[in-house]
Write a protein that binds this ligand. Structure first.
Ligand code: ZN
Length: 394
């Protein structure tokens, strides 16, 4: 085989090389040696610099395919000429993170394929990738394929790049995950030993152990978003510190944090729905014009709710309904933990106004209102009995 294999295929760990400028056209540069990976097959391109002596002469911001070559889109700082020797240096950190993500994607797609789910599209970004599948993925399958992938990573399975001419490929009868889309002069197969063989033009790690850890970031019906390498490590480390802090806050152990949160969540959910039930019950009572007021003070019907069974929106609905039903001369007091008081009265608003004056002069409080609807937050607790006495004194 005498076709030139680009450096990014032959040695993806080589991140710097001295080479010649083949052509320079505006801000587009083509080098003799293709060390820069051009964006293709869902994988982002490399970025980097062209250096002469110790001086950065150009910043490479994007790379794309031009025939068989890599064309560099550059921000040129100094003079660069055709035929000049430069050090082409790629961002190695980014290259490695793209390699980790790409091989990890093959690995995951291979295990998905064994479950009968094929990858229709993949996007490779630094230390993360997105797989779009041809059918729905269940959480169970996702967990299973992630576990299998991570186990293969721990075993340090080797990864090889193989090259074929179309004729050679014909003879080989390879069993690949996907059929060949279009054959060029040279066909490349990425082989994860005993796990996966697939046609690919991307950059890859030489051992699965270099991927680090596959961590699902999100998943929908047909897509999975995964992180690898340093990104996974960062996420786990950050989340673990949060978990430890939260455990302290909840006075539980880090292992029990999620169970504790789940219990709290279930409890809150139950409380909310029981509040809703009280509200609906209350509305029904008003609708059927049943006696809802507990006592009469002066000529007013008075209802003091010792707890706040409604939220603001529900309370407003109650008040509207009372008005619709022609219930007048009432005072409705809703107390939350004795300190937050919502009250309203209809007709002349007289009683509510008076109650507001008394409460705000007698207690330290915040709040206000108008037209017979008030909200007060007292700085100390006031009990149900005390409230009734205050109303009787009005
Ligand atoms: Zn690939």
């Amino acid at each position: 085989m005498n076709i030139k294999i680009p450096i990014y295929w032959k040695n993806p760990y080589l991140t710097s090389i001295e080479t010649k400028i083949l052509s320079i056209n505006g801000n587009e540069i083509i080098l003799e040696d293709d060390i820069f990976y051009p964006e293709s097959g869902g994988q982002e391109s490399d970025i980097g610099f062209l250096i002469v002596g110790n001086e950065k002469k150009a910043k490479i911001i994007h790379v794309f395919k031009k025939g068989e070559k890599s064309a560099l889109k550059a921000e040129i700082y100094g003079e660069l000429k055709k035929g000049e020797m430069v050090i082409a240096k790629i961002d190695s950190e980014r290259r490695n993170s793209l390699m980790r993500a790409h091989t990890a994607q093959h690995l995951l797609s291979a295990f998905l394929s064994k479950e009968g789910i094929e990858t229709v599209h993949a996007e490779i970004h630094p230390d993360e990738f997105i797989v779009e599948a041809d059918k729905k993925i269940s959480l169970e399958v996702l967990t299973n394929v992630i576990d299998k992938s991570n186990n293969a990573i721990f075993r340090g399975v080797k990864v090889h790049s193989r090259y074929f001419t179309p004729e050679e490929l014909e003879k080989q009868k390879l069993s690949t995950r996907k059929p060949l889309k279009k054959a060029g002069n040279i066909i490349r197969v990425i082989d994860i030993e005993n796990i996966d063989q697939t046609f690919c033009g991307g950059t890859h790690v030489d051992s699965l152990s270099k991927i680090g850890l596959l961590l699902p970031l999100s998943y929908g019906k047909k897509f999975i978003h995964i992180s690898t390498g340093k990104k996974s490590l960062k996420i786990i480390s950050k989340e673990n510190s949060k978990k430890i802090n939260l455990a302290r806050e909840l006075t539980t152990s880090p292992e029990q944090v999620f169970e504790t949160l789940d219990l709290l969540y279930q409890k809150t959910k139950a409380e909310i729905s029981s509040k809703d039930r009280v509200f609906i019950e209350f509305l029904k009572q008003i609708m059927s014009k049943k006696e809802i007021f507990t006592q009469k003070i002066h000529s007013y019907d008075v209802l003091v709710l010792p707890e706040l069974p409604f939220n603001k929106k529900q309370l407003n609905k109650v008040i509207r309904l009372l008005k619709e039903k022609g219930i007048q001369n009432y005072i409705l007091i809703s107390m939350d933990g004795y300190m937050n008081i919502d009250f309203s009265s209809n007709k002349s608003y007289y009683l509510a106004e008076k109650l507001f004056d008394v409460l705000s002069s007698r207690f330290e409080c915040k709040g206000g209102g108008k037209k017979g609807k008030y909200t007060l937050k007292l700085s100390h607790k006031i009990r149900y009995r005390e409230m009734i006495e205050i109303i009787q004194e009005l």
